[in-house]
Ligand binder design. Structure first.
Ligand code: FES
Length: 179
C-alpha cells in the first residue's frame, strides 16, 4: 500500500476522536494521555497505524519517536492489523515454573497453531510474552486489557468455549482504563 493510499484510508470515528480529546482534557499534561489515547485508536482499529501515530504526536505535542517508543514497549499494542484475539501467554520464569509450557502446548493443540502463529481464519493469534506483572497468579495470559490467571487446561477449554459463543471470557483482572 502506498503512503498516500494509507493516508486517505486512515479515518477515526467521531466517537474515538472525542474520546482522545476527552483524555487530553482529563490528564494533567497532554503527553500523559498517551496510553489511553493509544487504547482509543486500538479499540476502533485493532491497531495503531502510522497515521494514528502521527495524529497522536500532533494532538499530544510529543514526538513521533515518543509515540512509537510506548507502542513498541507494551506487548498489547500493535502497529499492524492483528488477529481478532491475540492470546499472549507469559513464558517468563515464574509462569514457566507454574505450568506455562503446558498451557502453551494445550493452546497450540486446540488452535492448531504454533506459538507465534495465527489461525487461518484470523480469529486467534498465540504469542509468548515476557512477565505480565502477575507472577504470583501464574500461569497467566493477556488478551488486550484482560488478564487470565491460574490457567489450567480446563480453564483454557472454558475460555475457548466462550469465544465459540462469541463472548469474551470473563477476566480475572481487567486493565480497563477509567474513561
Ligand atoms: S513471570 Fe509470568 S507474570 Fe511474571
Amino acid at each position: 500500500m502506498s503512503k498516500s493510499q494509507e493516508q486517505t484510508e486512515f479515518k477515526l470515528s467521531a466517537e474515538t476522536l472525542a474520546k482522545i480529546d476527552g483524555f487530553i482534557e482529563q490528564y494533567p499534561t497532554k503527553a500523559s494521555a498517551l496510553m489511553p489515547c493509544i487504547w482509543a485508536i486500538t479499540d476502533e482499529l485493532n491497531h495503531v497505524p502510522l497515521d494514528g501515530v502521527k495524529l497522536l504526536a500532533e494532538k499530544l505535542e510529543v514526538t513521533i519517536a515518543r509515540v512509537n517508543e510506548v507502542l513498541s514497549f507494551y506487548t498489547m499494542y500493535r502497529t499492524e492489523p492483528q488477529a481478532d484475539h491475540v492470546l499472549q501467554v507469559c513464558h517468563n520464569i515464574s509462569c514457566h515454573i507454574m505450568g506455562a509450557p503446558g498451557v502453551i502446548a494445550h493452546l497450540e493443540k486446540k488452535l492448531s497453531v504454533r506459538k507465534g502463529e495465527s489461525t487461518p481464519d484470523g480469529k486467534f493469534r498465540l504469542e509468548g510474552a515476557e512477565c505480565l506483572g502477575a507472577c504470583g497468579n501464574g500461569p497467566v495470559l493477556q488478551l488486550g486489557k484482560h488478564l487470565y490467571e491460574h490457567l489450567t487446561t480446563e480453564k483454557i477449554d472454558g475460555m475457548l468455549d466462550d469465544f465459540k459463543r462469541g463472548e469474551i471470557p470473563r477476566a480475572d483482572t481487567d486493565r480497563e482504563l477509567e474513561e
